[in-house]
Each structure stands twice: as C-alpha cells, then as structure tokens.
Design a protein around this ligand. Structure first.
Ligand code: DX5
Ligand code: ZN
Length: 227
C-alpha cells in the first residue's frame, strides 16, 4: 500500500463502465485506493462484477486495489481475486463461519486481510478478530447499492475500533463505506476512520476529479484528539 491514511477510495461501482479507463484515471496511486464492490445477489441483493473486471481495473491503475466481497462463501473466491490483482481483500463477518481461517487464507495469498460488518452487526462481534486484520470495514449503509444515505450512528463502532486499536497497540486501518461525501467524511475522520470509500460522491459528481480533490481535503484536516 503506497498511500498512507487518511486515504480516499473511489468505488468503481459508481463509475461509467463504458469509459472505465478515463474514470479510473482520477485515482492517484500515491494518495488513493481503488475500491471494488463485488455483490453476488445472495449475500445481499444486486449483482455487480467478479475477478474479470478486477483484473481489468488492475491493468488501468497502479493504485492499491481494495476488493470488498459482499458474497456468500467468500473463501471460495479469495484466490481468484488475488490472482486478478487485489491488494486488499475484505470479507463480511456475516458471511464467514471460520472467520479467522478466512483471514489467514487471505494473508497467505500475499493480500492484506479485511473484515467488514453490516450496520446491524455490533462492534463486539468483530472485536475478537482485530489482531488478525489489516483493515476493519464499518459499513455506513446497508451493503449492495451505491447512492444511499450515510448512517451516522455507525460512527460509534469506528470510535470503538480506534480506541481499542490504541489501547492494544494493534495495527489495522478503519474504513468507512457508504454515503461518503465531504461532510460525512469529515465526521467519520473525527470519529477515527482512515479510509473513505466514495462511489456516487466521486463518480456521479459533475467533475469527479474536483470531487475527489474535495474529499481528500476534507479528510486531510486533523481529526479531533482521542477523547
Ligand atoms: C455498497 C458498497 C459501497 C458503495 C458506496 O454496497 O459497498 O462501496 O459503492 O457507494 P456510495 O459512496 O455511492 O454510497
Ligand atoms: Zn464497498
């Protein structure tokens, strides 16, 4: 991962796939990640894309490719996404039975391992895995679709993770995903988030490059001190 937190992560899901090369060119590999949302229509509704398109994205950017698997049985596809070029592979806690094994499997491929929680999943359910993670993804909308409204009540989980990381001297980044724009990114940054996924906020803006610059500026402001 070349970029250092705070990191903006434009989500390809909201891009115009007929102009993918042009769209992905807004992502600055030195500062941003590219977020790829894989939805299987089983774990949650909607059907997006698989390793084939992640491999295409991999050819179009040298940025960290951050793959978010919203799918059942994610362990079956971990190797395929790594081969496609994923740098970070995040699975949902709700989709795993042997969560620790899946995280280990991801790291064994050479990728960084992420764990995501849906809005209805309490922070305490993820807490036992923090020492096995490179990234904790706190969903700030119900997974499945871009363009939904940010759920501010999820920020309690972000702060709980930030505080526990400091207390236990752990080393993972905290990502927020869903409804992120300049204003919501700012509050999420204050709450303790490090990586800010934005789909509509970047790719559906009239000027995606300017929108991404605005998002970077919003998260670059110093967060409030740990309370
Ligand atoms: C939701 C995805 C998000 C989504 C974010 O299922 O995980 O990454 O693309 O889109 P916005 O930023 O439009 O809410
Ligand atoms: Zn996502």
């Amino acid at each position: 991962m070349t970029a250092r937190p705070p990191i903006a992560a434009p989500s390809m899901l909201s891009a115009d796939f007929s102009r993918l090369a042009e769209e992905l060119a807004v992502v600055d590999p030195a500062r941003d990640w590219l977020h790829c949302d894989v939805v299987d229509n089983h774990f949650v509704p909607n059907l997006t894309f698989g390793p084939l398109l992640v491999a295409a994205a991999r050819k179009l950017t040298t940025a960290c490719v951050d793959v978010h698997l919203m799918m059942e049985r994610p362990w079956v596809m971990v190797d395929a996404f790594r081969e496609a070029g994923a740098d970070v592979i995040t699975v949902h806690l709700e989709a795993c039975r042997e969560t620790r094994e899946v995280l280990h499997q991801i790291r064994a491929t050479g990728a960084r391992a992420g764990l995501a929680v849906r809005p209805g999943t309490p922070y305490a359910a993820a807490a036992p895995y923090l020492s096995s993670l490179d990234l904790l993804l706190i969903m700030t909308v119900e997974p499945g679709f871009g363009g939904q409204a940010f759920m501010p009540e999820m920020l309690e989980k972000v702060t709980a993770a930030r505080d526990e990381r400091a207390r236990k001297r752990l080393d993972f980044v905290i990502e927020v995903d869903g409804g992120i724009g300049e204003a919501t990114a700012r509050v999420a940054r204050t709450a303790g988030a490090d990586v800010f996924v934005a789909g509509h906020g970047v790719f559906r803006a009239p000027d995606p490059r300017a929108a991404l610059a605005g998002l970077r500026a919003a998260i670059a402001a110093d967060p409030a001190p740990v309370g």
